[in-house]
Write a protein that binds this ligand. Structure first.
Ligand code: C2E
Ligand code: MG
Ligand code: MG
Length: 689
């Protein structure tokens, strides 16, 4: 330090050290304002050395914008005051430095002789403050504009201290309303979700961050779903002092999820739980019943003759009646009972906590009674009835499938007993249910369970001993009865309205198999038996065309067998449909010919390619001369109508020679081969190459 004038004080050395070694820039100016002292820090801060600074007026290094204020402060200090101020100075290298100055007068022997000052460099700290201000304003902007609601709850004051404006969009209440009314945060929660919210909030006390969704009731009284993400803050002594959170409006997403849930688990027509939900609820009920050693009752209900209403009055009426039945079932049972629509006119009911066996009588009786109440619809009076089957856990089964199956079987028995009644399952009951009922029940799942298969029987041209095609014959292996002949189950499928899906599967599979034969080099046709119900489907021909297109099989390789009986009922419609098939290129075989007493005039109308002589005539050729005459007549008739003939049921050589002698050379029967599974047929064909 360079000493200029101030000396000779006895404290001088001490002050000198304080001045020299002060980490803050320290300086002194005389009464005019010219520098007289400058410590090391001042030299570093300003870039000027003491000799450079001496005699320089302090105003010269102050930036223009602070000059006036600095002069003013200067004169105040000269008047004996201690002053502080922020200024900016220009460093020797021309950079601007922000300083915080403290200046005091130098009083020697009662006279103010100058000013001593200390300067703190504020450049860095001002910059930090500026940055802080900036980020704070950014946060504030976010706080005000973001569409999620940010909130803080003071656990000491027990009130909201900060709520962002987005709370208004979510709840209809303003931030101020939340701050003014601490109870609002709880009151706007949906009453059904309050318990859940309180339970979840308890986790905060354990320091857990939690995210949970619940419903609120907004100011307009509408229910909305929100998600709340909450973070707890504790003080040093471990007390919860504040909770911060973010509330997001998740209403749209939750409603979309609910909608999906509705589609997946509820029946669209009645709004009742569907089969899937029923199975789930039954599974849970069985678990509970097992633990609590209670009984569970399953009722399977089928409306009597409902198909008749549907067919005769149309689906719209049928649908309305099903809705009414659904409502009535709900109305006569408790809220906790599960009532589901299983499909079609079938409903299932699940009753838990059966304590008294009276329930097995009381509940079905009550249901039958409400269903019987007359219904007025479109000025018509309907009286419905139902058949109910009942199974009970644990008496009849321990799992969902067996209980439903047994209730279903009991329901069939109820139907057999004359309908409008109920039946509790009992062991040995199956024997009293007719085979037909069980078959019908089994047919519902026949495609799903892959129990059907196709067999093929060769059709031969005996003039050259060549194979021309196959008749497709369906086979069903039933889990209870084993192989069931098609002559038995096809009529059941027709009655139960199941022949259409089953028939579609048969045709599609036969087309696929035929295509396989072709790809192996065997250009053979397949003939498929078709029921009247299939033909009656308005879109049968279009559907068939598409099935052929998809498989890329030429229609020439598919033949449709229609029995004489089928063709001759509903002649006008059948002529039209069969003509469409013929136009498509699919030939018609008239099956079992000779059994249906066709009128000749009708026969002419049909676009039939081939008559199949029923096996009953062929069988009896040797014994019955009459049959021979009939066969001759059929062959003659076919020739005169320009139709081909195929003889069915050919088992012996003599039958073959008789048929050949009379001009029939296309034959089918056990003599050549029994119908065989597709794989076997393919193998034989491949080996014969
Ligand atoms: P169908 O169309 O007249 O079929 C011929 C029936 O005679 C077949 O019986 C066949 O196995 C049997 N058969 C063939 N050759 C001989 C023989 O030399 N001797 C004897 N005794 N019988 C022979 P299957 O397979 O039991 O079929 C019975 C009927 O079931 C069929 O009569 C047909 O009306 C119906 N059916 C079979 N498959 C289908 C199908 O896929 N759809 C429809 N709608 N009906 C089918
Ligand atoms: Mg046939
Ligand atoms: Mg036949």
């Amino acid at each position: 330090m360079t000493r200029i004038r101030l000396e000779k004080d006895h404290l001088f050395d001490a002050y000198k050290s304080l001045f020299d070694f002060n980490p803050d820039a320290s300086y002194a100016v005389d009464l005019e304002g010219k520098f007289i002292l400058f410590n090391k820090s001042a030299e570093e801060l300003s870039g000027y050395t003491l000799p450079e600074a001496v005699n320089t007026h302090f105003v010269e290094i102050i930036t223009d914008d602070y000059k006036e204020a600095a002069v003013e402060k200067f004169s105040k200090v000269l008047n004996g005051n201690r002053e502080t101020m922020q200024v900016k100075i220009r460093h020797k290298n021309q950079s601007i430095i922000q300083l915080y100055l403290t200046a005091v007068p130098i009083i020697i022997e009662g006279q103010i002789q100058g000013i001593i000052g200390f300067a703190k460099d504020m450049t860095e700290s001002n910059k930090i403050q500026e940055e802080l201000r900036h980020s704070q304003s950014q946060l504030e902007k976010i706080f005000h504009s973001i569409d999620v609601c940010l909130w803080s709850w003071d656990c000491v004051l027990n009130k909201a201290i900060n709520v962002s404006p987005a709370c208004f969009n979510i709840s209809g209440y303003t931030a101020q309303e939340f701050i003014d009314d601490p109870a609002l945060c709880k009151n706007f929660i949906h009453p059904d979700d309050k318990k859940y919210v309180i339970e979840t909030q308890k986790k905060l006390l354990n320091g857990e961050v939690s995210q949970f969704e619940y419903r609120i009731i907004n100011k307009k009284g509408h229910v909305r779903w929100v998600s709340n993400y909450t973070v707890p803050y504790f003080n040093e002594s471990g007390a919860l002092v504040r909770v911060d959170g973010v509330i997001t409006d998740v209403d749209q997403r939750r409603k979309a999820e609910e909608q999906l849930q509705q589609y997946a688990y509820y029946d669209y027509l009645t709004g009742l739980p569907n089969r899937r939900l029923f199975d789930k609820k039954l599974t849970i009920a069985l678990e509970n019943a097992k633990q609590e050693k209670k009984k569970v009752m399953v009722l399977y209900l089928d409306l009597d003759r409902f198909k008749y209403i549907n067919d005769s009055l149309g689906h719209a009426v049928g649908d309305q009646l099903l809705q009414i039945v659904g409502k009535r079932l709900k109305g006569c049972l408790y809220d906790e009972d599960v009532i589901s629509r299983q499909g079609g006119d079938e409903f299932a009911v699940l009753i838990e906590n059966i304590i008294d066996d009276c329930a097995f009588e009381d509940i079905p009786s009550k249901i039958l009674q409400v269903i019987q109440q007359p219904i007025m619809l479109n000025k018509m009076k309907f009286t419905l009835s139902a058949s109910i089957g009942i199974s009970v856990y644990p008496d009849h089964g321990a799992n969902v499938d067996s209980l439903i199956m047994k209730a279903d079987q009991a329901m069939y028995l109820a139907k057999e007993k004359g309908k409008n009644t109920y039946q509790v399952y009992h062991i040995g009951m199956t024997s009293s249910i007719s085979r037909k009922m069980i078959l019908e029940q089994g047919l519902h799942n026949v495609l799903k369970d892959k129990e059907l298969s196709l067999h093929y029987q060769p059709i031969m041209d005996t003039s050259n001993n060549k194979l021309v095609g196959f008749e497709t014959l369906v086979r069903w292996e039933n889990p209870m009865f084993g192989w069931v002949p098609p002559s038995e189950f096809i009529p059941v499928a027709e009655d139960a309205g199941l022949i259409v899906p089953i028939g579609k599967w048969i045709i599609e599979t036969a087309i696929k198999h035929c295509k396989d034969f072709h790809s192996k080099g065997f250009e053979l046709y397949v003939s498929v038996n078709v029921s009247a119900k299939q033909l009656e489907q308005g879109d049968f021909v279009d559907w068939l065309k598409q099935a052929l297109d998809v498989a890329e099989l030429s229609p020439a390789f598919l033949k449709i067998e229609v029995t004489e009986g089928t063709a001759m009922t509903n002649v006008e419609d059948n002529v039209r449909i069969l003509q469409l098939l013929e136009d498509l290129g699919v030939d018609i075989f008239l099956d079992d010919f000779g059994t249906g007493y066709s009128s000749l005039s009708y026969l002419r109308k049909f676009p039939i390619k081939t008559l199949k002589i029923d096996q009953s005539f062929v069988r009896d050729i040797e014994e019955d001369k009459n049959q021979e005459e009939i066969i001759k007549a059929i062959i003659g008739l076919a020739n005169s109508l320009g139709m081909d003939v195929v003889a069915e049921g050919v088992e012996t050589l003599s039958q073959i020679s008789f048929l050949e002698k009379n001009g029939c050379r296309t034959m089918q029967g056990y003599f050549f081969s029994k119908p065989a599974p597709y794989k076997e047929v393919l193998e034989v064909l491949t080996n014969s190459k």
